[in-house]
Each structure stands twice: as C-alpha cells, then as structure tokens.
Design a protein around this ligand. Structure first.
Ligand code: SF4
Ligand code: FES
Length: 273
C-alpha cells in the first residue's frame, strides 16, 4: 500500500476561534468557516468561524472584506480589482476553486460557506498561497511576442488571425485551473525531490503556450512546440477536465492542451515524411 507523508503543519488541528457580527433585529447572519494558518506561531492550521451579517452583501469577496474590517483584521487574503480582472482573489470556496469577487452568495446555497486556500499550494499565511512556481512555469513558455521581422511601425494582424486568440488571451492567471488539477498536484512541483526536469507545466501555462503558438505575428512556433514535446511538461495532462470546470473566465485549457498535442503529432508526421 502507498504511504504518503503529509508536510509538517499541514493537518488542521488547531483550536478555531469564533467571531460574531453584532446582531441587530433582522440581521441575516451567515456562518463562514475560514482556513487560518500563521507559520510564525509554529502551530498547525485551524478553522475559524465567523457569524456575519450579510445584509446588503451579494459577493463572497465583500463578505470577506466585511469579516476583515468588522470582525478580524488579522485575516490575510489577496484581492485587488473586485471585477474578475486581476486574478488575485482565487480561493477554494465550498470545495470549488474560483474568484471570490465574481462568486455570488446566492450561488452557494443556504448552508455554511467554507473558504480555503487554493489546493496543494504552499501557504504563506491564511488564504495567501505561494505562487512562485506557478509564475515560473508561466515564464518558462516565454509569454511574449518573438519575431525576426522588424516592421516599420507595428506587427499587423487581420481580424481573422486575431479571432484565433479568442478563448486564450482572456486568461487572468488566477491559478484556479492548475490548482484544481490532480496531475498538477502530484507533478507540478518536484523541487523538493530534485526532479525539476519531471514537472508538469499545468493547464494555465499550457493555455498561454497555445496562445503564443496561435499568434500569427509570432514566428517561434517550431521552437515553442519543440520545448513542449516532453513526457512531463505536456503529457502529464490526462484530460481530467477539472480545469474546464473551474475556470472563472469560461476558458478551456484542456482543449488548448489537446490542440498542442495534435500539432505535435502533425509536426512528427512532417518530420518523418
Ligand atoms: S485558464 Fe482560467 S482558471 Fe486558468 S489561470 Fe486562466 S483564467 Fe484562471
Ligand atoms: S479581486 Fe481581482 S479578480 Fe477578484
């Protein structure tokens, strides 16, 4: 039988605290359970419970901001735009990754709300995860235009060529997809094992790789495909499709990965003939 060793301090065993909004007559109290972890204390993570008055609140991020400003200023989480644009407020909300600022309370039913950090990522504090590896993987696919052509003014693109980028350019790098993928959990970060050459890039980085492969202005298609033709970087995708289920922008990283695989088969055929 396989035996797994859990990382130190990964078990939720600390005694959680409870906070409650001052209840006025017709207060609409809702129970929110939030993962808490502060590495400086040396204690294991705990779940704190907040009874929050939701009157006038419709989105999960607004609820979290209310908790922080009214009940518990020590709660740490990232957010910026409140409009589903910056990608910083991605958490695991009631078991599903997504953006707190675009998730309505009405989408979560009537029960308690559970908010955890993005799964399987190192936690810096509370809901703030360390995305260093995620960004390194994005950087590794060279997400910028590369072309030997030096245009007089700018690289031109027809409307049809531009349309090919629809469903790809909209990614906000929130990491919801990659951190929902079991293959990424097991293969996304092997630094501790000294096996960096055997890492899976994950759906977000591969969607971006496909975005640059499809860009008519970029002339590094061959180099980009050659870089991805790798047992681990690309072929650790097993079409589990969690990425598609959770993407808050409605994108389809699995289809992008499948298209890269198809292009690699085609490229292989061209090499043979
Ligand atoms: S593909 Fe979707 S879920 Fe993945 S990083 Fe981009 S916006 Fe987030
Ligand atoms: S705060 Fe920017 S995407 Fe949610």
């Amino acid at each position: 039988m396989v035996e797994l060793t859990l990382p130190r301090n990964s078990k939720i065993s600390g005694q959680g605290k409870t906070y409650k909004s001052e209840a006025k007559g017709d207060a609409k109290l809702r129970t929110v359970r939030v993962y808490r972890y502060d590495p400086d204390t040396g204690e294991n993570p705990r779940i704190d419970t907040y009874e929050v008055d939701t009157d006038g609140i419709s989105m999960v991020l607004d609820l979290m901001i209310k908790i922080k400003s009214d009940l518990d200023p020590t709660l740490a989480f990232r957010r910026s735009c409140r409009e589903g644009v910056c990608g910083s407020c991605a958490f695991n909300i009631n078991g599903k990754n997504g953006l707190a600022c675009t998730t309505g309370l009405d989408e979560l039913g009537k029960g308690d709300i559970n908010i955890y950090p993005l799964p399987h990522m190192p936690v810096v504090k509370d809901l703030v995860t360390d995305l260093t590896k995620f960004y390194e993987q994005h950087a590794s696919i060279q997400p910028f235009l590369q072309s030997d052509e030096v245009p007089e003014k700018e690289h031109l693109q027809s409307p049809e060529e531009r349309e090919l980028l629809d469903g790809l350019y909209e990614c906000i790098l929130c990491a919801s997809c990659s951190t929902a993928c079991p293959s990424y959990w097991w293969n996304g970060n092997k630094e501790d094992e000294g096996l960096q050459d055997e890492e899976y890039l994950g759906p977000a980085a591969l969607l971006q790789a496909h975005r640059w492969i499809k860009d008519s202005r970029d002339d590094r298609t061959e180099e980009r495909l050659a870089q991805l033709d790798d047992t681990f970087k690309l072929y650790r995708c097993h079409t589990i499709m969690n990425c598609v289920q959770v993407c808050p922008k409605g994108l389809n990283p699995a289809a992008a990965i499948a298209e890269i695989k198809r292009m690699l088969v085609e490229r292989q055929g061209q090499k043979v003939t």
